[in-house]
Design a binder for this molecule. Structure first.
Ligand SMILES: [Ca+2]
Length: 431
C-alpha cells in the first residue's frame, strides 16, 4: 500500500497535468491517513528540501523514498539525512565529463609511484606495523598491498574527498544515466548512517560515493568492511586500521593466495612474438619454455598458472602475473592501476624501480616535478592558477605555448623534455 501511494498517486496525477506540489500534497494527505505521520518523511523532504531549481527531481526522489522504506531504512533516518537536500550540479557535471587526455602508462606510473609516495608508504608501514602483522596473521594477505592501495587511492588519507555522500548519491539517484546503481549505493549509505558506525557529517567522499582511506563504495562497505581495531564500529574514515583491514578483506574475498607473489618483472627473449594478456593464463613451465626469465636473469618461479603482461608491447617493461594480481585488479578493474599498486607494494618492501625503461624518449614526471613544471610556467608569466600538480587543460595550453616559443615540437606533453627545457631557460635567465 505504501509503495502504491508513494509512487503511483503522484505519477498518476502528474500524468493528468497536475503540478508536482499538488500531486505530492495529495499523496501526503492520503499517506498520512494510510501510513501514519512517521512514514511521511519523503513527502517532507520533497516539499521542504532545496529543490527550487530542480523541481523535476521531486518525482524520482519520491519514487526512491518508497524503495528505501522497503529496505530497512527508517523514515526518521531518511528524513534526518535528506531534509534540506539540494542537488549538487557539480556531481552531475563530474559524471558527464569525458577524460580530457589519454595518459600514457609511463606518465601514469611516474605520478602514482614516485619517490615521495614510496617514502611516505615506508613510514606508514612502520607506523602501522601492528595492523600489518594482524592483516597477515588473521587474513593471510600481504600487508604491504593494502598500504599501497591506501597510498594510491587517497595519498595515505590526505585526499579522502570532501563531498557529502548523501548529497552526491541522492543527486545521482534522481538524475543522470545510472540512477538504479546510485540508488542502491544511497540505500547502503543511509544504512551506514542508521547503524551509527560513521556520523553523517563525517560521511564524505568522492563525487561518485567512494569514501574512506581506501575509497570503498557503500555497498562494498556493507559486504566487506571489518571492525579491525575492535572498538565496535566499522569506521573506514576515522580509523586507519579498519580501512586497511577491510581492504585486505576485499583482497582475500577476491581470491588472494597467502604467501604467493602478485608477479614480477621479467625479460623477454629477443623478438618475442608469443602470447600475452592478463586473461591468457598458461603453465609457468610453458612461459619458461618460451625463453622468458626474471629480470635479474634467474628462472621463473611461483604458482603454476601465470599470465604475461606487456603494457606497451614487447618493447617496454614485461611482467609475469599470478592470481594475486587479479585480486588487486578486482579492486579497480584497470591493468595500469593494478600494476601501480603491485609495483608500489614491491617498493614499500624495499624493491627498486622497474629495470626496463618504458618505450619513450619523454618519460613522465613525479608529483614534485609536476609542481616544479607548473611553478616554472607561472614564473614565465603563464596563467595556469596554482601549482597544484594537476596537469589540466590550462597547464597543457601553457606547455604548448612555451614549446612553440622555444622552438620545440608543440605536443603539450607534460614530460621530462619540457621540464628540462624550462629548467635550462631559467638557469640562463638567472645568470
Ligand atoms: Ca573500528
Amino acid at each position: 500500500m505504501a509503495a502504491l501511494v508513494l509512487i503511483g498517486l503522484p505519477v498518476f496525477l502528474l500524468c493528468l497535468g497536475v503540478p508536482i506540489f499538488v500531486a505530492l500534497i495529495a499523496a501526503a494527505s492520503i499517506g498520512i491517513v494510510t501510513m501514519g505521520i512517521g512514514s511521511m518523511a519523503p513527502v517532507h523532504v520533497a516539499l521542504f528540501g532545496g529543490l527550487d531549481n530542480f523541481p523535476l527531481l521531486a518525482v524520482p526522489l519520491f519514487i526512491f523514498a518508497g524503495e528505501v522504506m522497503g529496505r530497512g531504512v527508517t523514515a526518521q533516518t531518511f528524513d534526518t539525512a535528506l531534509t534540506g537536500f539540494e542537488p549538487d550540479q557539480a556531481v552531475l557535471d563530474a559524471m558527464g565529463a569525458q577524460p580530457e587526455f589519454t595518459t600514457p602508462i609511463w606518465d601514469y606510473m611516474a605520478g602514482l609511484v614516485d619517490e615521495q609516495r614510496v617514502a611516505d608508504g615506508r613510514a606508514k608501514l612502520e607506523e602501522m606495523a601492528k595492523v600489518v602483522a594482524n592483516i597477515e596473521q588473521k587474513l593471510g594477505v600481504d600487508g604491504t598491498v593494502p598500504i599501497a592501495i591506501w597510498g594510491i587511492e587517497t595519498d595515505y588519507g590526505r585526499n579522502m574527498g570532501k563531498r557529502s555522500l548523501v548529497r552526491s548519491l541522492t543527486t545521482l539517484s534522481c538524475a543522470g544515466g545510472r540512477q538504479r546503481f546510485f540508488r542502491n549505493e544511497l540505500v547502503e549509505t543511509l544504512r551506514i548512517v542508521q547503524s551509527g558506525d560513521i556520523a553523517p557529517e563525517a560521511l564524505t567522499g568522492s563525487w561518485a560515493g567512494a569514501f574512506g582511506h581506501t575509497q570503498f563504495m557503500p555497498s562494498t562497505y556493507q559486504r566487506l568492511a571489518l571492525d579491525f581495531d575492535g572498538d565496535g564500529r566499522r569506521d573506514l574514515i576515522g580509523t586507519v586500521a579498519d580501512a586497511l583491514g577491510s581492504t585486505a578483506n576485499y583482497l582475500k574475498r577476491s581470491g588472494w593466495e597467502t604467501s604467493m607473489p602478485w608477479g614480477y618483472e621479467v625479460r623477454l627473449p629477443a623478438n618475442y612474438k608469443g602470447p600475452s594478456g592478463r586473461r591468457n593464463k598458461q603453465l609457468i613451465t610453458q612461459w619458461k619454455a618460451l625463453g622468458i626469465k626474471r629480470v635479474d636473469g634467474s628462472e621463473l618461479t611461483g604458482p603454476d598458472r601465470a599470465a604475461l603482461l606487456l603494457p606497451t608491447g614487447a618493447t617496454g617493461p614485461a611482467f609475469i602475473v599470478f592470481r594475486n594480481f587479479d585480486a588487486i585488479y578486482s579492486y579497480n578493474p584497470a591493468e595500469h592501476y593494478a600494476l601501480a599498486i603491485a609495483h608500489l607494494s614491491d617498493r614499500l618492501r624495499g624493491g627498486g624501480p622497474l629495470r626496463t625503461a618504458w618505450p619513450t624518449d619523454d618519460p613522465g614526471l613525479s608529483r614534485a616535478e609536476r609542481r616544479e613544471l607548473q611553478q616554472l610556467l607561472i614564473a614565465r608569466g603563464y596563467d595556469i592558477g596554482n601549482a597544484d600538480g594537476i596537469l589540466g587543460s590550462r597547464t597543457r595550453e601553457a606547455i604548448k605555448a612555451f614549446q612553440a616559443s622555444a622552438g620545440l615540437p608543440a605536443d603539450a606533453h607534460p614530460g621530462t623534455k619540457v621540464l628540462n627545457a624550462l629548467r635550462a631557460q631559467k638557469k640562463s635567465s638567472d645568470k
